[in-house]
Ligand binder design. Structure first.
Ligand SMILES: Cc1ncc(C[n+]2csc(CCOP(=O)(O)OP(=O)(O)O)c2C)c(N)n1
Length: 526
């Protein structure tokens, strides 16, 4: 009976460690929802817009790497999860997408909400499984589910898709209350981690007196890695991106220090060692491209990018083993390289207040927010200027997140909401521009947890296009690229019953306490 098969499928999700689900409504997925609810192992959040919902499910994994499930009905519903799948793929955050489908014989037969869902996300998912809930061998289905979910967490984390075809009568056995036993899952994501020993001749590289710098791009924080990085940061320049999870370590406020300056050639490293993925800082990226130093990238993941166009040598080692060895080899080594970098960055002459409106007001606000937030805060920055302001601020103890996989403006608030839902003990603040906030307006739809706050930097358009040289020199483009508007957010907040405060940043201020007592804060800066 279909209801029982679905209950077994639900138990498989529980056995694989899925706890949190974001559910978008529909009738074809209703029997799956019923089976999940009956299981009693899960937490649910309802989010009617699938684009926002899938980002919220992804956001549930960004602080701890534990995948959450997104479940939707068939047809175009599934296609709305595409932006979140892309972000999750490129930022390597695990995400389980589950879609309900019609049976195979009804595809392309002019039935409503029916599209070709098999392998819908192509090579943007790390794994795909198709299950016919009524007819497939249960053992096969179970194995497919377990395999898919284990792949989502490594060795390269990312999105996976399970498509469940249901044939009529789809509500058969839906009210059967019998509990299903554990399906004896023996899938353990740890078993997928590979241990590598360091067999690369690092010591001769170090002894040759090379000027070495460490650059850490986007990724998940690991506490043991942080400890070694702190020690390394006393010996060589460490450039930690704000999305690396280690942004408080290494050179202080280096991205601001590099802004609008020519970096002297005596600061060129001979060798860069990188961890993680991409970095936000354009000046550092451009300098590395110009200097083209020797480049080693340390990562157990087999796929690596080349952001500096330096053709990195891939060292497939365990990061912690590598960093510990590097740290040991650097002990007692004399070099002025770190001091030279420190002096250059400290001699920065740009003053935030002297930037033009709205950049001065917005940057000063973000700098203060970061300074005043402690380790109980998760700060999420929308793409566009917001994340750049964060990158130009002195880091505090709060953790910083941003959707930098594909840098879309489409799900920044929804992602942060997911983080807030699974981390009730943290204070989650998302800082986003007005276009980004309007774009992700359906993130307002559901109930927000009390630890979630949105700050909208409303400069009435895409201010980034005034910042970037190019669009700012072509006024004819303004209506199509900058997209100016005169909207305010009070009605949107009112529509969704969110508490709201509007502050004119040129003449007013707002305290952290006021932010924490309000759900939506609109900061008008232009
Ligand atoms: C889905 C998507 N569409 C378009 C873009 C291109 N884009 C980058 S920034 C931006 C404007 C964002 O404006 P706003 O949120 O107001 O931030 P501000 O520029 O004022 O900081 C746009 C349209 C994108 N990154 N993602």
């Amino acid at each position: 009976m279909l209801g029982k098969q679905l209950s077994i499928i639900a138990q498989n999700f529980a056995d694989c460690g899925i706890v949190d689900w974001v559910i978008s409504p529909g009738s074809r997925n209703a029997p799956i929802v019923a089976a999940l609810i009956k299981n009693r192992s899960f937490n649910f959040y309802s989010s009617p817009d699938e684009r926002s919902a899938a980002f919220t499910a992804m956001g549930m994994a960004i602080s701890n790497g534990k995948p959450a499930g997104f479940l939707c009905t068939s047809g175009s519903a599934l296609s709305n999860a595409y932006p979140a799948v892309l972000e999750s793929y490129y930022s390597r955050v695990p995400l389980l997408i589950v879609s309900a489908d019609r049976p195979e014989e009804l595809i392309d037969q002019w039935d409503g909400q029916t599209i070709r869902q098999k392998n819908f996300f192509g090579n943007y998912v790390r794994s795909f499984a198709h299950i016919n809930a009524r007819y497939d061998e249960l053992q096969n289905s179970n194995q497919n589910i377990k395999k898919c979910i284990s792949i989502s967490t490594g060795p390269i984390s990312g999105p996976v898709h399970i498509n469940i075809a249901l044939s009529e009568p789809i509500y058969e056995g839906i009210d059967d209350q019998k509990q299903i036993d554990s399906q004896n899952s023996n899938v353990n994501s740890d078993t997928l981690l590979h241990e590598y020993r360091l067999d690369y001749d690092l010591s001769s590289e170090i002894q040759s007196g090379k000027q070495i710098a460490l650059i850490i791009g986007q990724g998940f924080r690991k506490n043991d890695v942080a400890t070694v990085l702190e020690s390394l940061a006393t010996k060589i320049p460490v450039f930690a991106d704000i999305t690396s999870g280690y942004s408080e370590i290494g050179l202080t406020n280096w991205d601001w220090g590099l802004l609008k300056r020519t970096i002297p050639d005596n600061l060129k490293p001979d060798l860069i060692i990188t961890l993680g993925m991409g970095i936000i800082s354009k000046p550092l990226k451009l300098a590395m491209r110009k200097w083209s130093p020797e480049h080693l990238h340390v990562s157990e993941a087999s796929e690596i990018g080349d952001p500096f166009q330096t053709q990195p040598k891939h060292l497939p080692f365990n990061e912690i083993h590598f960093l510990r060895d590097l740290n040991k080899l650097l002990i007692g080594r004399e070099s002025n390289f770190l001091n030279n970098w420190n002096s250059f960055i400290e001699s920065q002459i740009l003053i935030a207040q002297e930037l033009p409106i709205p950049f001065n007001l917005e940057l000063c606000f973000v700098q203060d927010l970061i300074k005043n937030s402690d380790e109980n805060f998760h700060l999420h920055f929308g793409n566009s200027m917001s994340v750049r302001y964060a990158s130009w601020s002195i880091k505090g103890a709060s953790r910083i997140f941003s959707n930098r996989g594909v840098s879309g403006i489409d799900g920044c608030i929804s992602t942060a909401l997911g983080d807030a839902l699974v981390n009730p003990d943290k204070k989650i603040i998302v800082i986003a521009g007005d276009i980004t906030s309007l774009y992700d307006a359906n993130s307002f739809w559901g109930d927000w947890p009390i630890n979630f706050h949105l700050i909208i930097l409303n400069n009435h358009g895409g201010a980034i296009f005034d910042w970037i040289d190019g669009p700012n020199k072509l006024p004819d483009l303004r209506n199509f690229i900058h997209t100016p508007h005169s909207k305010s957010f009070n009605y949107l907040a009112q529509l969704h019953k969110k508490s709201f405060q509007k502050v004119e940043l040129q003449s007013q201020t707002i305290t952290l306490n006021e932010i924490l007592n309000t759900q939506v804060i609109e900061l008008v800066t232009q």
